[in-house]
Design a protein around this ligand. Structure first.
Ligand SMILES: [Zn+2]
Length: 264
């Protein structure tokens, strides 16, 4: 028990550092892709470009100490930064807490490691999509490769069977298919072209087709609750589903046992 608590807390800290790193990388990529030039090697304030001291760079804690403002120009540090640090920390904490120990097989731990790596890449996609409404394709490709690797190892671990293949592909078909239909029907007005690939990735990793329905329901509920007030103000038709899909995926993964217990 003590071990589990300690490990989960360490993973929270690691997740927060990863979230901070990813938000930073997202800004760097965005600056590069939009031709705004480089941000330099060290972290800077995006408003006054002053280089940050190391103690202003500690995830979550620095934000709280500075009350979300730059030490020098007092401009607000975006909500995205603190959200990505906190949510990534929470995701790493929750997944460690709920999935540890991953059984006795070494392969189980390898799969768990890949799942964390996948959550890391999905975190980047969620941040980028939430901020700029785009899913960078290189990150989508990495995530897809990780998902395929996780599926392959799962089949290796439990042995090949058609019901298992059906569950893996079924999840991908339900999530990917829904967003592909939305994309085609709306001529990319409601959802972007990367969302259905994200759906396929998440569906593959869930391991049970019906969990895909839970992710679908959860992400749409989250999306409506969070985006509806904003969408009404800005009259924006397109909703960036990426962040909600990723959050719903992590929650569903954490409580997969519980959800499975509901019907089996
Ligand atoms: Zn500043």
């Amino acid at each position: 028990m003590g071990m589990k608590v300690a490990l989960s807390l360490i993973m929270f800290a690691l997740g927060a550092v990863m979230g901070s790193f990813l938000a930073c990388q997202a800004w760097r990529l965005h600056y590069k892709d939009t031709g705004k030039g480089s941000l330099g090697k060290r972290s800077v304030c995006l408003s006054c470009k002053k280089q940050l001291k190391w103690f202003d760079n500690i995830p979550i804690i620095s934000w709280l100490m500075l009350r979300g403002r730059c030490r020098y120009c007092k401009k607000k540090i975006g909500l995205m930064e603190i959200l990505s640090e906190f949510l990534m920390g929470l995701a790493f904490f929750g997944l460690t807490w709920m999935l540890y120990p991953a059984g006795t097989a070494v392969l189980g731990y390898v799969i768990l490691g890949l799942v964390f790596l996948l959550v890391f890449v999905l975190g980047f996609l969620a941040i980028y999509d939430g901020k700029w409404g785009e899913l960078p394709s290189f990150a989508l490709i990495i995530a897809l490769m990780l998902a395929v690797a996780i599926c392959g190892l799962k089949i290796w671990l439990v042995g090949f069977s058609w019901p298992l293949i059906g569950d893996l592909l079924g999840g991908a078909a339900i999530l990917g298919g829904t967003y592909l239909v939305l994309y085609l029907v709306s001529h990319s007005e409601w959802v972007g072209d990367g969302d259905w690939i994200l759906g396929v990735i998440i569906g593959l990793v869930l391991g049970r087709a019906w969990l895909a329905l839970i992710v679908l329901c959860l992400s749409n509920c989250l999306g409506l609750v969070v985006m509806y007030p904003a969408a009404r103000k800005k009259k924006q038709k397109k909703i960036y589903f990426g962040p909600f899909l990723v959050v719903a995926f992590v929650i569903t993964l954490m409580f997969a046992e519980f959800f499975n217990g509901l019907i089996f």
